[in-house]
Design a protein around this ligand. Structure first.
Ligand code: PEP
Length: 253
């Protein structure tokens, strides 16, 4: 019912030229995978060139951030309409690096997600607990608060289009992955809260797992009932490893 969705988050890596070379190497490696949605989020300067390289493929273009305003005196920021103009289908919002390094609040994430949807760019809304919060047994409470705050401005009738990414902060870029059972426990709770917030649409929302996803662990993670895909950082930087992840998410070796 929910189509698996694998997205690459390149963070602050790759020039426009490197992004184009990646696409040339990556696309032939995933051409047989038809059962998985795939997106790549490069840094802003590479969006246009990567978008051209992906144009005749099923792989979608995504942004890593956005400003909620339409235009104006916001030095250094990028508006939703600008993402539309370069062909973005998705944008990541509320990544833990933005929440912690750039003080993004749930309210800011909510405004960004709603602004994106208004432009038909689908938000990938990230939530996740820190190690300290997990050890203090506060994981579920933290995630609940983030969900309620970050999704507060999503209209019910469009809720099924959004994507939620559960990314435990302690698993991002550390090589430590949550066990499939640990991840499923949180995903199931997220699914329940999405139902509370959006009714039947909660069952349609795709929930990705993120945090040191690799070719070796993606299939087991995705075998869990409420894990519908992955948001991949480090392992998405090489065409071969990202292609293996996509292929395994689609059920081939
Ligand atoms: C991320 O930052 O979204 C991420 C999941 O990174 P990594 O796969 O490198 O842990």
């Amino acid at each position: 019912m929910r189509r698996p969705f694998i997205a690459a988050n390149w963070k602050m890596h790759k020039s426009p030229l490197e992004a184009e070379s990646f696409a040339a190497a990556f696309l032939p490696l995933v051409e047989k995978v038809t059962s998985v949605d795939v997106a790549i989020a490069p840094p802003f300067p590479a969006l246009e060139r990567l978008g051209r390289a992906l144009a005749r493929s099923p792989v979608a273009l995504a942004a890593q951030n956005v400003n909620a305003e339409e235009q104006g005196a916001f030095t250094g920021e990028v508006a939703p309409g600008m993402l539309v103009a370069v062909g973005c289908r998705y944008a990541i919002v509320g990544h833990s690096e933005r929440r912690t390094l750039y003080a993004e609040s749930d309210a800011m994430v909510a405004a960004k997600a709603a602004a994106l949807l208004a432009h038909d760019v689908l938000p990938i809304v990230c939530v996740g607990e820190s190690l300290e919060q997990r050890e203090a047994d506060r994981t579920l409470q933290v995630i609940e608060t983030q969900l309620a705050g970050s999704l507060a401005s999503i209209p019910k009738e469009r809720a099924a289009e959004i994507v939620v990414a559960y990314e435990p902060i302690w698993a991002i870029g550390t090589g430590k992955t949550a066990t499939p059972e640990m991840a499923q426990e949180v995903h199931a709770m997220i699914r329940e809260r999405l139902g509370d917030l959006f009714g039947a649409a909660g069952a349609e929302i795709r929930i990705q797992y993120g945090g040191s996803v690799k070719p070796d662990n993606v299939a087991e993670l995705m075998s869990q009932t409420d894990i519908d895909g992955a948001l991949v950082g480090g392992a998405s930087l090489e065409p071969e490893s990202f292609a293996q992840i996509v292929n395994r998410a689609g059920g081939s070796a």
